[in-house]
Design a protein around this ligand. Structure first.
Ligand code: SAH
Ligand code: SF4
Length: 342
């Protein structure tokens, strides 16, 4: 595969240019790609012509896009090796959120998630992770300085099983000389890979952390998320208690409500108990259904009753599903070849 710039930090670009070029060229290219967000160096007139031609920027191309009635857009982006990955754009008033993928498919096998049915094809490079944001920004014509953009690493894949690339991507997304997105606006969601949570804690630049809880007991979680057999619920919560939150930060817990499975009042009370010693908030997600998913969505009244119990003890929100009509919502991301709806 040819060397591409997206995913490179200044030092990587300097190394790729080699010693024949002055050092400032690397910074110039870096700023063109990440700060001015050019998708092609040809128009960068301050660069010598041979350099403009030497490297493709390498932002993934849009293979297909699907527009939801609620304004959400699901992109199928094409990677250099021909594989595709999904990225979701969700506008909301004067803010917008981009949901990015960290892997093609996912190896974790949660029983309510469509992505799980793909298995893992491969992890994404840092450039492919950042490239999703740059492609959406280019496609949506976002201003060079976007200060109301939120990034959620909640697309395909388990980000903590690709931690090195996710961290490099986070450095690129947050660099004040480049894309300059505040780490407060980036959230990483994990199924609970305990040793990697501890590794993440040691990173100087890291996204906010969200944990997919999804169950109120160990047995229930084992049935829904087989990863629990390896990483037990109690140990996960202990890792959360030890996690060094920044002063402005709360831990988020996501909880997918499955009708008659984990959505009772007793479940809600157990969730409160599990999280009682944490500086936490809870996001409830009523199941987004999909072909091959053996669960049903609870009635709205059940979701509200669940929220009411949790809310007595800690902040608890109901996540509004986005882009359901184009399979863009949580847990619905799965390649087009498999879910062809158009
Ligand atoms: N792999 C990571 C991030 C991607 S999944 C993780 O599991 O946290 C993002 C969120 O979508 C998770 O909280 C997950 O529990 C939720 N989710 C998965 N399948 C879903 C479905 N069918 N309906 C609603 N939410 C789902
Ligand atoms: Fe992977 Fe997250 Fe889906 Fe589980 S919910 S299979 S960890 S993408």
């Amino acid at each position: 595969m040819p060397q591409v710039i997206v995913g490179m930090e200044v030092a990587d670009i300097a190394a790729a240019l080699g010693p024949r070029h002055p050092r400032f060229r690397a910074r110039q290219i870096y700023e063109a790609v990440y700060r001015q967000r050019v998708t092609d160096l040809h128009g960068v007139s301050t660069l010598p012509k041979p350099l403009r031609e030497a490297f493709p920027v390498g932002i993934p191309e849009v293979e297909r896009e699907f527009d939801s009635a609620d304004g959400t857009k699901r992109y199928l982006l094409k990677l250099a090796d021909g594989k595709t990955v999904e990225t979701v754009w969700m506008p909301e008033g004067d803010r917008s959120t981009v949901c990015i993928s960290s892997q093609v498919g996912c190896p974790v096998d949660c029983k309510f998630c469509l992505t799980a049915l793909m298995g893992l094809e491969r992890s994404l490079t840092a450039g492919e992770i950042v490239g999703q944001v740059l492609r959406v920004a280019a496609d949506r014509g976002l201003e060079a300085k976007v200060d109301r953009l939120n990034i959620v690493m909640m697309g395909q894949g388990e980000p903590l099983l690709n931690l090195g690339n996710v961290i490099k991507a986070t450095r690129l997304l947050t660099d004040p000389q480049g894309m300059a997105i505040s780490p407060r606006r980036i959230t990483l969601s994990t199924s609970g890979i305990i040793p990697k949570i501890q590794e993440l804690a040691r990173e100087p630049v890291r996204p906010k952390l969200a944990i997919s809880l999804n169950a109120s007991t160990e047995d229930q979680r084992r049935a829904l998320m087989p990863i629990t057999r390896k990483y037990h619920l109690n140990d996960l919560l202990e890792a959360c208690r030890r996690y060094p939150l920044r002063p402005w930060e709360k831990l988020s817990f996501e909880y997918v409500l499955l009708k008659g499975v984990n959505d009772t009042d007793a479940d809600a009370r157990r969730v409160v108990k599990l999280l009682s010693r944490l500086n936490a908030k809870v996001n409830l997600i009523a199941l987004n259904p999909g072909p091959g998913i053996p669960f049903e969505t609870p009635d709205p009244a059940r979701v509200i009753a669940f929220q009411a119990i949790v809310r007595r003890a800690l902040p608890c929100f109901i996540r509004k599903p986005r882009g359901l009509d184009v399979y863009a919502a949580c847990g619905q991301l799965k390649r087009m070849e498999l879910v062809d709806i158009h």
